[in-house]
Design a protein around this ligand. Sequence first.
Ligand SMILES: Cc1cc2nc3c(=O)[nH]c(=O)nc-3n(C[C@H](O)[C@H](O)[C@H](O)COP(=O)(O)OP(=O)(O)OC[C@H]3O[C@@H](n4cnc5c(N)ncnc54)[C@H](O)[C@@H]3O)c2cc1C
Length: 408
Amino acid sequence: MILRSIFKVTALVLLSSLLTGCFNWAARAVEKIPKETALDKSYNYNGKVIIIGAGGSGLAAAKILERNNIDYTILEATNRYGGRLKKDTTLADFPIDLGAEWIHSHPKVLNAIKGKKGEEIDEELIPYKLENTVKWDGKSLKSANRYWKWFYRFMPESKFKNSTWYDFMDQNIAQEVKHKILFNSPVSTIDYSGKNVMVRIENGDTYMADKVLVTVPVGVLQAGKIEFIPALNEKKNKAINAISFLPGFKVAMKFSEKFYPDIIQTETGYGTKGGETTFYDMAFKKEAKTHILGFLCAGKEAKSYYAMESKEAIVESLIQELDQMFDGKASETFTGEFVMEDWSQQEFTRGTWVVAPFEKTSDLKTIAEPLDKRVYFAGGTVDPHRQMGAPGSMLSGYYYIDKLLTEE
Ligand SMILES: Cc1cc2nc3c(=O)[nH]c(=O)nc-3n(C[C@H](O)[C@H](O)[C@H](O)COP(=O)(O)OP(=O)(O)OC[C@H]3O[C@@H](n4cnc5c(N)ncnc54)[C@H](O)[C@@H]3O)c2cc1C
């Protein structure tokens, strides 16, 4: 009898660890963090390089060029750097990430981006281990604690404690290269038909280079904002257009008291290919005094919000939805202050993120293929290390600039 019980328990433990292991995103992500990056190598390249886009990937690539005294310029369409890494310091007593916010991979990935060896992490992080979570089905709130407990085991995410993804990128990458950015320079044409590559920006100015690294979001390529001469072949165009680049936005709303739990998951689900709509406590474990509730909307749900006439109308509808859940508590305590960053309606972003594991690997590979070994592609979408989002974009900058500098 005792032996049978021991056997049963052992079998259960083995089965559950096998299942968690098979579906453990974190374990896979850690395995794929590169041990070495372009930061560990030196390059002897005499040509001129143009990087298109000053987001995390473009800036990381630039860091390699800067460290190796290679001639380069960064052409950035907007008047700021960071791309989908952006912070707000006006609404709360802690900096708010308006773009990337969570570290979906293992914190070790931060060391890989910095080029730091060893396991010790310099940054103070908050494990995103939620304690009080609910699900809203449009009628009533139910506990979602079991789901989130399982989710944390599958993907033990974290957040920066007193900082943001933007700050991490700024301190560890941008400061070294920002003097090489030409702002307000949206690239309209990349002509690689001649001996050199000619890059034209919207005002007609042209720049010549031996090689070019394109790091614009896939949405910008889908919109045909950049003309390639010769044109991209059918296979590449098909792959670019097959990618699901979710539309969406983020809102941070300020309240005079905290009436909400750590997260309110809605019926549309979390992290699916169709996107997500989630309310969440932005100040979670931040030791902050201000109460900020975030709303992240990505995917098909974004369309219904975009049908509303203004940002204020969107916020008003969110407050009404919260009132339904919490018996009018939202309107009672809303201070009227909010910040909204609408990523998909920005001309040079046109979306939020790509969930690479849901895309065909062959499409991702096709997008990353260089043109004539002179025009290369980098960015979150084509991250070969599968780290997702922000870390993936920076590591992809290192990866593809290495290819650009070494392939002949
Ligand atoms: C709301 C939101 C939440 C997110 N949450 C997370 C998260 O929690 N964790 C995570 O890891 N990731 C998250 N992400 C994804 C992450 O932010 C991105 O994957 C990453 O920042 C992409 O970096 P990138 O360099 O590839 O592209 P980008 O940051 O988009 O940089 C591209 C740059 O190219 C410029 N550009 C575009 N067109 C042109 C042109 N024609 N000429 C010149 N320049 C041009 C753009 O202005 C931009 O500066 C989130 C994204 C959003 C929007």
